[in-house]
Design a protein around this ligand. Structure first.
Ligand code: NDP
Ligand code: 2IT
Length: 449
């Protein structure tokens, strides 16, 4: 690439060398929109081709995962370990088990993770892993067999100072337990090689809650910056997994009213509000992967289920997309704005398309990109790593305070780098520049590597 890099020139180069990887193109574009002008302003970064280097993963490993189901039928899946960038710490990111997993999805997630981890202020690089395995409808035994087979290859690529995976879609504490057990069996080493572990064997308090709570803390800070608060506001939330349920819980703790949850089959709308008691039911119900959120309406009269639809047409003041990528499109953004939505905090990774983000920003409502607003999860993972390294446990108050401070600091960094005039904060720009700068400066220090 020439020194005088333009956004379109850079993107042509990305698309050319990563054919068909549309999610990866999208994630890079959303960052390059802000970073290309920044790099042009500071030629020291352009000179060392830091953005080009950052958009090329350190390595991508893919492997075969064979396992036998309960009827002894064999299945072949594809596993991945994407080690994106370890300039500021060991590779760190979640493992996703979902049939949509492919190289493009994991590269987008690894790229985002590098900037997100930088924003946390903790020493973690960016990585991601996963497999195109569908846990829906699988027995505990089948899930355990899959996790063991997956780890039998993955173990040679990871380690407490090398690459420290955690959970993501389809991977929670149960799967992490199976994978940690198999890692320990293969290596005979008890080390902090995975986060999101059970409390009995090195896990951290508040890790399950941290992503959803953090996304709501970020929302609180965005509204606070405008002299507003969550109290009394209706929240449309998508997803019904780890991030969605804990986001709903934190909305309740802040006096707000969660009114929707969803899954890949549709969404439930409960205008009276999803209370803690109802949420506890959802959490229990969703422990069995494959159980549908539609069962909510049989349990709680007054709620309705809309099959095959997303929750963005429901009247609300704040929205938290917490399911998956590209689940909130330009039309959805239009509906939210029309209904008076004033703030969006992404719990998922890249749930809003670039066009939806543009619509929110043009309307000048608060919009937080996932790499800032969902960083609480990986931040707590970072604190799990440090507890493991020091061989001690921190108590809940201490960790709750640390999480709150980290989210506040990320908000402040976004404001610092994202002031867009007239009091408006471009949180996308703020997060991209703040996340980028630290990794770029580390790469600058390393010379040509
Ligand atoms: P879970 O597996 O616990 O829950 C995922 C939820 O999203 C389920 O309700 C699921 O519905 C829904 N979902 C998944 N894929 C799709 C799809 N293609 N279309 C519609 N709905 C879908 O995952 P998490 O809650 O952990 O993760 C949710 C999001 O948050 C992801 O984007 C993840 O990358 C991100 N994230 C997670 C963190 C964590 O700590 N866990 C940290 C930071 C970000 P169904 O049951 O029908 O599949
Ligand atoms: O997307 C994410 O930040 C995660 N899935 C959590 C990663 C982690 O290492 O805790």
């Amino acid at each position: 690439m020439a020194d005088g890099m333009s956004l379109s020139g850079f993107m042509d180069w990305i698309v050319d060398r990563n054919p068909g990887e549309t999610e990866f193109h999208q994630a890079v574009y959303e960052v390059a929109r802000n970073v290309v002008p920044f790099v042009q302003e500071y030629p020291v970064y352009a000179k060392i081709r830091v953005l080009e280097r950052m958009a090329e993963p350190d390595r991508v490993i893919s492997f075969r995962v064979v396992w036998a189901d309960d009827s002894n039928e064999l299945h072949v899946n594809r596993g991945y370990c994407v080690q994106f960038n370890n300039s500021i710490g060991p590779y760190k990111g979640g493992i996703r088990f979902h049939p949509s997993v492919n190289q493009s999805v994991l590269k987008f997630l690894g790229f985002e993770q590098t900037l997100k981890n930088s924003l946390t202020g903790l020493p973690m690089g960016g990585g991601k892993g996963g497999a195109d395995f569908d846990p829906k409808g699988r027995s505990q035994h089948e899930i355990m067999k899959f996790c063991q087979s997956f780890m039998t290859e993955l173990y040679r690529h990871i380690g407490a100072t090398i690459d420290v995976p955690a959970g993501d879609i389809g991977v929670g504490a149960r799967e992490i337990g199976y994978m940690f057990g198999q890692y320990k069996r293969l290596t005979n080493a008890f080390e902090g090689v995975l986060t999101g572990k059970g409390l009995e064997y090195g896990g951290s308090l508040l890790r399950p809650e941290a992503t959803g709570y953090g996304a709501v803390y970020f929302l609180e800070d965005m509204l606070g910056h405008r002299g507003d608060a969550i109290d009394g506001k209706r929240a449309a939330i998508s997803g019904s997994g780890n991030v969605a349920c804990h986001a709903a819980e934190a909305i309740l703790q802040h006096g707000g009213r969660p009114v929707t949850l969803s899954d890949s089959s549709g969404f439930v709308h409960d205008p009276a509000g999803i209370t803690q008691e109802k949420l506890d039911w959802v959490k229990e119900h969703k422990k069995q992967r494959g159980n549908r959120i539609s069962a909510y309406v049989d349990q709680f009269p007054g709620a309705e289920f809309r099959s095959g639809a997303r929750p963005w047409g429901v009247p609300c003041e704040v929205a938290l997309p917490c399911a998956t990528q590209n689940e909130l499109l330009a039309d959805d953004a239009g509906q939210l704005l029309q209904n008076g939505c004033i703030a969006v905090s992404e719990g998922a990774n890249m749930p809003c398309t670039a066009e939806a983000v543009d619509a929110f920003q043009e309307a000048r409502i608060c919009f937080a990109p996932g790499k800032a607003s969902n960083a609480g999860g990986v931040a707590m993972s970072g604190l799990e790593m440090s507890q493991n390294a020091a061989r001690l446990y921190r108590d809940e108050n201490d960790l709750a305070g640390a999480l709150r401070t980290i989210m506040r600091d990320i908000h402040a960094a976004c404001v610092r780098h994202g002031e867009a005039g007239g009091g408006y904060v471009d949180y996308v720009k703020g997060a991209n520049i703040a996340g980028f700068k630290k990794v770029a400066d580390a790469m600058l220090a390393f010379g040509v590597v």
